[in-house]
Design a protein around this ligand. Structure first.
Ligand code: GDP
Ligand code: MN
Length: 382
């Protein structure tokens, strides 16, 4: 679960990581009032959405009067940032930023270890920095028994070329960030930029905290607000989430259902490879029943962009006849005009294909053949 910047910043503040003191507004009308309360003539207005790269998308702007703040807020509240609607805006005193650093903690899965990552080229997405100036990135893997005391952070700071109080503060901030990473069962915690201000302070100008979904039961207070959060996701994504279906919407027109994340990713790749454009990622899961497949089909059917529904099943625990029954029921009850391409292999394959045949569906055994067909039916290249 991703937290909003203002939520993450409140958590940062609770452990003494310096962040600007902001005010959250929920409509443009609140902007002028908020401006008069912020302790600065220059303010920054930041859209609160759960996607990154707001700055580039025009979702971070500056104002120097109440009127201007209100005018700009009107724009911000009507924006969609990478498809996400804006429900709130954070107004903060504008920092005098001299340099932008990056500081984050995540898991290095190949090393099975948390890793603290820092860079002297902050402000840009760290993946981008890794490509363009990898030498500016420094890392420290963490033994979770010893944790990340401030002296280890000071070592990183020295590698970034920091000295004096900046080095001291960096040590403290990174150690506290690591403490939060553990305490919140985070997948990722970062501040980008960690700003060096004109008066020589370190301030977390941006904040990101993603809590591992599997650990949410340990953070019931956060889980409660999950529903509000979903309201800002696309409605289909929200519905899928409530149904317990792994669904991510994409730009294309070929709706994809696979069972298992690996197979589903491979299906997306294959469709791309043949010149088609996937409309989504949807993993129907391992032991999916007729009901859960029906739910998955309903979601794809409700996406107006989808022309073709490509069902790719490699059945183990899943049974092909369950899947076939779901497809037949979906076609009958959803009254759908979408075209189907179905690939079935594995447990009860023959039974599944028989059911489909009785209802005039063709079923493929070969995944590549099926992917080509889906692309052709969607009118894409082949
Ligand atoms: P993101 O694009 O979603 O990562 O949003 P950020 O909060 O990181 O803001 C994007 C960029 O706006 C930052 O990298 C800064 O360059 C700039 N920015 C944000 N807040 C301030 C501020 O208070 N003062 C100044 N000078 N620049 C800011
Ligand atoms: Mn940022």
């Amino acid at each position: 679960m991703k937290l909003f910047e203002h939520e993450a910043k409140a958590i940062f503040r609770s452990v003494g990581i310096p962040t600007p003191n902001g005010i959250l507004i929920h409509s443009p009308e609140e902007a002028a009032g908020a401006y008069s309360k912020v302790d600065s003539n220059q303010v920054v207005l930041k859209t609160q959405v759960l996607v990154g790269g707001r700055g580039k998308a025009g979702g971070v702007v500056f104002a120097s009067s109440g009127d201007e703040a209100m005018r700009l807020s009107q724009k911000l509240f009507s924006m969609k940032i990478k498809g996400e609607a804006v429900h709130s805006v954070l107004m903060e005193p504008k920092l005098d930023i001299r340099r932008e650093l990056y500081l984050g903690v995540t898991y290095d899965k190949s090393k099975r270890s948390p890793v603290v990552v820092a860079s002297s080229s902050g402000g840009v997405e760290i993946e981008e920095v890794a490509k363009t100036s990898p030498s500016s990135i420094v890392k420290q893997w963490v033994d979770s028994y010893t944790g990340f005391p401030a002296f280890m952070g000071r070592k990183l700071a020295a590698q970034l070329g920091l000295g004096g109080t900046l080095l001291q503060d960096f040590g403290q901030i990174s150690s506290r960030l690591y403490t939060l990473f553990e305490a919140f069962d985070a997948d990722l915690i970062e501040t980008n930029p960690l700003a060096i201000t004109g008066d020589g302070r370190l301030v977390a100008a941006d904040a990101r905290l993603n809590v591992a979904d599997d650990a949410l039961y340990r953070h019931s207070d956060l889980a409660k607000s999950e529903r509000d959060r979903l309201a800002s996701a696309s409605t289909l994504e929200a519905r899928a989430h409530e149904m317990g279906v792994q669904y991510v919407e994409l730009e294309g027109d070929i709706g994809i259902i696979g069972n298992g994340a690996g197979l589903t990713m491979a299906t997306l790749d294959l469709v791309n490879h043949f010149g088609g454009r996937p409309a989504n990622f949807l993993d129907a899961g391992g032991g999916s029943s007729t009901e859960s497949f029906l739910k998955a089909l309903t979601i794809l059917n409700d996406n107006p962009k989808v022309k073709v529904i490509f069902v790719n099943i490699l059945a183990g625990i899943t049974r092909c006849d369950d899947v076939a029954n779901a497809i037949v029921t979906a076609q009958r009850t959803l009254n759908t005009s979408k075209k189907f391409v179905i690939r079935l292999a594995g447990t009860n394959e023959e039974e599944g294909k028989m059911i489909l045949k009785q209802h005039s569906f063709n079923a493929y055994s070969d995944m590549e053949e099926a992917a080509r067909r889906a692309v052709v039916l969607a009118g894409g290249a082949e």
